[in-house]
Write a protein that binds this ligand. Structure first.
Ligand code: 8YV
Length: 322
């Protein structure tokens, strides 16, 4: 039987590429640069599967342009870059990679919380600049994280992993806002309390960390109005999706002192960052590192291939989202 043709849009960990090549007719993007929509459609024209990443915008045009396409195995948990309604209409299955990246993404959220609260980026820039003249009692004084109130928006796997770290590791008090009721035992496991609405949550928190999905439903969930409800000493952290935060409104809120600081791993138009944010000392900017460990990137790849194997064996893939 002919092997299924699989297009991998970016370079993957070598061990997963080898596993893929053993089971499929695989084409890897040799340049490892983000493909334009036209390039993607041309490259995938007669393929059965595309394995995209967050840098591939899979619009409705892809389904029209790739008539043989049967499955999109997304390398990542978030899939707001994929037009899922169009996938469904075209009869294309979509899978993602939950669980395996929760710990590492929560680690990056905690990193951003600590860096923003303790002014670690500023400190590193000071040392590297050669301008550090020595210790002073008032130098780069930040905020204490232990005992602070952490608000988590979206209490899925990653939000819960952060809550465990924050509560058990740092003694933070955790408040949660989620679209559905969270089971009492899940909240209790990390000392968390659920509040009803985002508006209830915002004025109560020292740190707000976002862990909800992206996409149209949550676009600019954190905009001028939400930022206006936060405290002037509060910190915003986003490791979810860039579109959840209105970057222009965030820059304005930081400039006016409406909130104190921010830590971002994701952006509205990656890799572009709103220029005003780039010049702010009280903003920590990371290049979408959430899942970037050797272990997790390999596990994500294996999860994609597990789904692919199930699909081509005629089974329902375990991480099917469409
Ligand atoms: C991925 C992520 O590495 O999984 C996600 O949703 O945000 C990242 O950690 C990225 O999306 C690759 O597609």
């Amino acid at each position: 039987m002919a092997r299924a043709k699989v297009l991998v849009t970016r370079a993957w960990p070598a061990e997963v590429e080898a596993r893929l090549a053993a089971g499929y007719e695989v084409t890897l993007n040799p340049s490892d640069t983000a493909l334009t929509l036209a390039e993607l459609i041309a490259a995938a024209a007669d393929y059965d599967a595309i394995l995209p990443t967050v840098t591939d915008r899979i619009g409705a045009e892809v389904f029209a342009g790739v008539p043989r396409l049967r499955i999109l195995g997304n390398y990542g948990v978030g899939f707001s870059h994929i037009a899922t309604d169009a996938a469904k209409a075209a009869g294309v299955v979509v899978t993602n990679t939950p669980d395996v990246l929760s710990d590492c993404t929560a680690d990056i959220a905690m990193t951003l919380i600590l860096m923003a609260a303790r002014r670690a980026g500023e400190g590193e820039r000071l040392v590297r600049s050669g301008q550090w003249t020595g210790w002073r009692p008032t130098q780069l004084v930040g905020r204490k994280v232990s005992g602070a109130v952490l608000g988590i928006v979206g209490f899925g796997r990653i939000g819960q992993a952060l809550a465990h770290r924050a509560h058990h590791g740092f003694g933070m008090r955790v408040l949660v806002q989620n679209r559905s009721a969270v089971a009492p035992e899940v909240l209790a496991a990390c000392g968390a309390v659920q509040v009803d609405t985002l508006d209830d949550l915002l004025p109560k928190v020292d740190v707000l960390s976002l862990h909800c999905p992206g996409g149209a439903a949550n676009r600019h969930l954190i905009g001028a109005a939400a930022l206006g409800r936060m405290r002037p000493d509060a910190i915003l952290v986003n490791t979810a999706r860039g579109e959840v935060v209105d970057e222009g409104a965030l820059a304005a809120a930081l400039a006016s002192g409406q909130i104190a600081a921010a830590g971002l791993d994701v952006y509205e138009a990656e890799p572009r960052v709103t220029p005003a944010l780039m010049g702010m000392e009280n903003v920590v900017l990371l290049p979408h590192l959430g899942s970037a460990t050797h272990e997790t990137r390999a596990a994500m790849g294996h999860r994609v291939v597990d789904n692919l194997d199930a699909f081509f064996a005629g089974e329902n893939p375990p991480d099917r989202v469409v």
